[in-house]
Design a protein around this ligand. Sequence first.
Ligand SMILES: *[C@@H]1O[C@H](CO)[C@@H](O)[C@H](O)[C@H]1NC(C)=O
Ligand SMILES: *[C@@H]1O[C@H](CO)[C@@H](O)[C@H](O)[C@H]1NC(C)=O
Ligand SMILES: *[C@@H]1O[C@H](CO)[C@@H](O)[C@H](O)[C@H]1NC(C)=O
Ligand SMILES: *[C@@H]1O[C@H](CO)[C@@H](O)[C@H](O)[C@H]1NC(C)=O
Ligand SMILES: *[C@@H]1O[C@H](CO)[C@@H](O)[C@H](O)[C@H]1NC(C)=O
Ligand SMILES: *[C@@H]1O[C@H](CO)[C@@H](O)[C@H](O)[C@H]1NC(C)=O
Ligand SMILES: *[C@@H]1O[C@H](CO)[C@@H](O)[C@H](O)[C@H]1NC(C)=O
Ligand SMILES: *[C@@H]1O[C@H](CO)[C@@H](O)[C@H](O)[C@H]1NC(C)=O
Length: 357
Amino acid sequence: MKNQVVHVLLSTLYLASILYTVQAVNYSGTTEVQEGQPWSIICTGLKAGEKIIWTRNGQQFEELSSGDIRVFKPDKGVSELKAEHATELHEGSYKCTPSSNESLHLTVKTVTKIKVVTNTDVPMSLECDNHTAGEKVDWYLEGESVAEKFADKDELLKIDSNGVLTIYKNLLDVYGNYTCNTTANANSTKFFRIVPKPTAILREAENVVEGEKLHMVCKGHHYPGLKVMWEFAGKTYNNSDGRVKLLPDEERGINRAILSVDNIQMSDRGNVSCTVAYDWNDTPNHMNSTTATLRIKDKLAALWPFLGICAEVVVLCAIILIYEKKRNKSELEESDTDQSPDTGEIDKRTIKCIKNL
Ligand SMILES: *[C@@H]1O[C@H](CO)[C@@H](O)[C@H](O)[C@H]1NC(C)=O
Ligand SMILES: *[C@@H]1O[C@H](CO)[C@@H](O)[C@H](O)[C@H]1NC(C)=O
Ligand SMILES: *[C@@H]1O[C@H](CO)[C@@H](O)[C@H](O)[C@H]1NC(C)=O
Ligand SMILES: *[C@@H]1O[C@H](CO)[C@@H](O)[C@H](O)[C@H]1NC(C)=O
Ligand SMILES: *[C@@H]1O[C@H](CO)[C@@H](O)[C@H](O)[C@H]1NC(C)=O
Ligand SMILES: *[C@@H]1O[C@H](CO)[C@@H](O)[C@H](O)[C@H]1NC(C)=O
Ligand SMILES: *[C@@H]1O[C@H](CO)[C@@H](O)[C@H](O)[C@H]1NC(C)=O
Ligand SMILES: *[C@@H]1O[C@H](CO)[C@@H](O)[C@H](O)[C@H]1NC(C)=O
């Protein structure tokens, strides 16, 4: 008897493990890619007829509709996700089906050197890598020749005879993406992004009903490459963790600019802050931070007015009923005194009685 039980248990376990391995999909492909380079993730072990829905950090992503990321089906039970040019927004954990427990994390390494320029940072010099003295260096801003663009604005920006670019003023004109190349290294390009100091902006207060979802966006004048750190319920988050999710603001192209928390609890109330920087090792005056107050409303708070109305209706009904009963009773007593054995009268009384029931 004991043996039989053990046998049944073991075979159930065995069956369960088979089911588990059959259900599990398997990922392979790129785990780390440089910005601008191609990448691909392959998902194998899909069952026949199993729906393929690729998600990143648990959400469907818009690059699929724009064609920046595409899905291929190279074989039965296999789905491949492919992109020709990695962008920072491609970073995240990918899954090919919502039922999949595993995922593949893609890290996008940026090749762009981001430099924050403030009034105290100028003059700021940029040097093209590995250039030898006297070697010709070409600089471009958003693809336009810097030498031409700033030909008559050398009080703003100048390239010296050694090919060193110097920014003299912190003005809108100097922000942007710079590239440089040298004759010796004509096809190896160096990327710089000159940006103003980032600012973090949150709404002063957020009101959420207990059990509902919190959705907050860290706003500000931001450029791609910005890093966002959140503080929520006394804990610091650089990445999603459990029910606290840091999602990308696809519109502005900023990773982790959205804080999304499911099932808000009373204990979550208090301060929420977001801190922004392009590099956490940068000086504090190149960072910014802001705090908002999170207020949690009682789940029943929204119900109180409704319950109040219900109570009012109940009380009104009760008053009407009691009043009617009293009136009927006196009417019955009246008709009792009146001694006419009329069938019609009896019928009326019965109806009254039924009504009273
Ligand atoms: C995933 O696939 C590879 C190659 O097909 C295989 O070697 C590996 O054992 C698989 N892993 C799992 C957990 O199924
Ligand atoms: C998913 O994996 C985690 C840890 O790897 C495990 O604890 C959990 O039970 C798994 N869930 C399912 C549904 O298999
Ligand atoms: C500069 O030189 C170093 C060493 O010679 C090399 O590793 C690096 O790739 C070069 N950088 C560029 C932009 O060519
Ligand atoms: C640099 O280029 C990116 C797109 O590649 C763009 O979104 C960004 O605004 C540019 N940076 C600046 C400072 O203009
Ligand atoms: C830099 O690259 C551009 C085209 O990409 C080329 O026209 C130019 O001559 C290069 N500059 C130098 C100094 O070689
Ligand atoms: C987040 O990043 C900052 C800067 O690198 C670091 O000081 C902090 O400890 C990190 N927090 C967590 C929870 O990893
Ligand atoms: C929340 O932030 C405000 C100011 O930003 C501060 O005065 C207050 O002490 C903070 N509260 C908590 C609980 O940290
Ligand atoms: C953030 O930036 C705003 C606007 O520039 C400034 O008023 C505020 O003091 C800054 N806060 C921190 C913590 O740096």
